[in-house]
Design a protein around this ligand. Structure first.
Ligand code: ADP
Ligand code: NA
Length: 329
């Protein structure tokens, strides 16, 4: 049998980036053999902040293609589009009765989104963590591979699951953020502030679709300084971030060389960034090329989504039977 039920998703709001890869997709791929996996493209979630739907379908296709290009096998997992699994909406409605306005308003991501989109503070945005809980609980998943930014949402999912179980009877396992027992990942942005993300400073984020030249340009522009003025100085955050990125894509002896140079106060950040850019290109280019070719095959992507939705709806229907029975609907 399989080791456990896994669920995670990525919004279809644009291009995927290194944060999505190292925080989420890498673990999807690592889990696909031994676990029972549900991975979705969150198109409904994207409507909370992207009401213009012209880009919706192309973005769904892009996220699917990029996931497959990263090594996800649609035969081994259920890879589906959120809006195709209608049961999601029913569970979302029921969980909304268990979510309090006060706790939703305190959510960090809600406060961030209000700051980014003051003109469109809708109820969907406020109840985003409820929809996310519905996505996860719909498969009675307990393992959720996500990046560090999702920690608070997972805690909310657990709260909703526990409240449901307490009020109506035991249906849901508690879902936890998962990274094989390691700390959750946060891939930092190149400008020394915050994390890489689809929506904030585009120049500080490396996308899986970036050309070689663009990767070079972005990395060479990353914030550095004149270097440490004496041996064994503490590292500023923005330099630590460059080392962090190097640890994701470069060979151990490369990293060690630059660490030694830093500790001897002999580091040349220009050389370090050149090396990082080349290693990053080695990593990104094959994914970019593969995703580009998958994206051309619309019929294939359509077939994948149909197959994924079919698998997801079997699991969703079984859960909803338990849910309705527990509530007495
Ligand atoms: P974004 O924040 O770029 O819009 P999503 O919200 O769709 O991306 O997140 C998809 C997945 O990627 C989530 O599991 C999230 O935790 C992860 N993720 C996003 N950005 C980062 C990052 N900078 N570092 C680590 N993981 C990240
Ligand atoms: Na995110």
């Amino acid at each position: 049998g399989k080791k456990g039920i896994v669920m995670s998703g990525i919004r279809s709001t644009g291009f995927l980036h290194l944060g999505n890869y190292f925080g989420a997709i890498r673990n999807y791929v690592r889990m696909q053999e031994e676990y029972s996996c549900y991975f979705m493209v969150a198109d409904l979630h994207s409507l909370t902040t992207h009401p213009d739907t012209k880009e919706l379908k192309p973005n769904v296709h892009r996220v699917l293609a990029e996931n497959i290009a990263c090594g996800l096998d649609p035969e081994k997992v259920a890879l589906y589009c959120q809006s195709h699994v209608y049961e999601t909406a029913e569970l979302y409605l029921l969980l909304n009765m268990l979510a309090y306005k006060g706790e939703l308003e305190k959510t960090t991501t809600f406060k961030d989104k209000v700051r980014q989109h003051p003109e469109n503070v809708n109820a969907g945005l406020l109840t985003y963590p409820v929809l996310q809980a519905a996505d996860i609980l719909l498969h009675r998943a307990s393992l959720v591979p996500v990046g560090k930014d999702q920690e608070q949402h997972l805690e909310m999912s657990r709260n909703f699951a526990n409240r449901f179980n307490h009020r109506y009877g035991e249906v849901f396992p508690e879902p936890f953020a998962f990274n094989f027992g390691e700390a959750l990942i946060k891939v930092p942005s190149l400008d020394g502030t915050g994390k890489m993300s689809k929506s904030e400073n585009q120049y500080a984020t490396i996308f899986l679709s970036d050309t070689d030249d663009l990767i070079r340009k972005k990395i060479m522009k990353a914030k550095t300084d004149a270097g440490p003025s004496a041996p064994n100085m503490p590292m500023p955050d923005y330099i630590e971030n460059i080392f962090l990125l190097m640890k994701l894509v470069s060979a151990p002896d490369t990293i060690q060389k630059f660490e030694e140079d830093y500790n001897k106060a002999a580091i040349r950040y220009g050389d370090m960034k050149k090396q990082l850019a080349e290693d990053m290109i080695q990593f990104v280019a094959p994914i970019r090329e593969k995703a580009e070719s998958i994206r051309q095959d619309q019929a294939y992507l359509k077939r994948i989504m149909e197959m994924g939705a079919e698998k997801a709806r079997i699991s969703a229907a079984a859960t909803m039977e338990k849910v309705r029975e527990a509530i007495g609907l």
